[in-house]
Ligand binder design. Structure first.
Ligand SMILES: Cc1cc2nc3c(=O)[nH]c(=O)nc-3n(C[C@H](O)[C@H](O)[C@H](O)COP(=O)(O)OP(=O)(O)OC[C@H]3O[C@@H](n4cnc5c(N)ncnc54)[C@H](O)[C@@H]3O)c2cc1C
Length: 309
């Protein structure tokens, strides 16, 4: 086989993809990772990580991801700083366009992650990691006894608001409509929780403060009136977009675009596995992504073994 052929190619170099690469390389097969322009994934966007096991003191997202890249490379995986831009899963071996090259592989592991939706305000970017967060599970702990806001009205926003009441003294749930979209059961819990105040018919207009967020300025969508909330944190919970565009309709997806897998990370195409946030609408945590990355690689290795007979 040519040097452009790999037993396993992993698409995406976040915790899922790099863990898959570590297991694939240790499984003794030829493995390449299409790592995109900045290998490392979503954790490159964050500062403190306190919930990844093995780090008694907080580490940073970039540090954790650089360690994973180093580990995958040391074990023999080729971590390429190239984007996967096209993919033919209709014939075997699979053909992938990675950067300027055509690569082929017998098994593909998709770990392209998901992108949190943001509001798109300039001040939101300014205060990201300085009060503005896209992950309640990750950052809720930092808001003990504080007043915060959650933006959104669906299940995720309602779940985040309830989760955050464990830490925060008060949670404003800001929703652009006059009723929540969240499941009835969640709405009841929200209404029964004295720490949550729902602010209907409002959208964030600006995030204000000094070094960190201090005020969330809202606009009433009906009257145009402005209203300031004094908050030290604002959690944006308006959904995620799984990164699956490059696979077109080749693989089964759910209604929200997440790749559908069985309990062993197998997708609808034999030999193609998925791991991490691209197939996980529920947990969206680095340790879960790493766990499913490990599962996908073990299944891919088994598939290759069985294929060889
Ligand atoms: C600000 C922030 C803070 C967070 N904090 C924590 C925390 O404290 N603890 C925790 O456990 N989790 C945290 N998370 C969640 C965690 O980052 C994700 O659950 C985890 O990164 C998912 O890993 P993944 O490998 O599935 O995907 P990702 O990390 O999203 O990695 C996927 C990678 O694939 C790349 N990619 C996409 N398409 C292609 C393509 N066509 N070709 C090549 N590459 C491609 C993407 O650009 C990305 O680099 C945080 C997330 C954010 C945004």
């Amino acid at each position: 086989m040519s040097e452009n052929h790999f037993d396993i190619i992993v698409a995406g170099a976040g915790p899922a993809g790099l863990t898959a690469a570590i297991y694939a390389a240790r499984g003794g097969v030829r493995c390449a990772v299409a790592g995109g322009v900045a290998p490392g994934g979503q954790l490159l966007e964050t500062t403190e990580i306190e919930n990844f096991p093995g780090f008694p003191e907080p580490t940073t997202g970039p540090d954790l991801m650089m360690r994973m890249i180093k580990q995958a490379r040391r074990l023999g995986a080729q971590v390429l700083q190239e984007q996967l831009s096209a993919c033919d899963l209709s014939a075997r071996p699979f053909t992938l366009t990675v950067g300027a090259k055509k690569l082929t592989c017998d098994s593909l592991i998709i770990a392209t992650g998901a992108r949190a939706r943001w509001l798109g305000l300039e001040s939101e970017t300014k205060y990201r990691n300085k009060g503005v967060s896209g992950c309640a599970t990750c950052d809720g702990f930092f808001y003990k006894g504080k007043t915060i806001a959650v933006v959104g009205g669906g299940d995720s926003a309602a779940e985040d608001a309830l989760f955050l009441t464990k830490f925060a003294e008060k949670v404003h749930l800001v929703h652009r409509r006059d009723q929540l979209r969240a499941a009835h059961r969640l709405q009841e819990k929200i209404r029964a929780n004295p720490k949550v105040e729902i602010v209907y018919d409002h959208v964030p207009e600006e995030f204000l403060g000094g070094d960190r967020l201090e005020t969330l300025r809202l606009k009433n969508v009906r009257t145009g009136e402005k209203k300031d909330l004094a908050v030290s944190g604002a959690f944006i919970a308006i959904g995620h977009d799984p990164e699956t565009a490059v696979f077109g309709d080749a693989l089964k997806k759910d209604a929200e675009g997440y790749l559908v897998t069985d309990a062993r990370c197998a997708t609808s195409v034999e030999g193609v596995y998925a791991a991490g946030d691209v197939m996980d609408p529920h947990y969206r945590q680095a340790i879960v992504a790493a766990g499913t990355g490990c599962m996908a690689a073990m299944e891919a290795l088994k598939y290759l073994q069985e294929k060889k007979g």
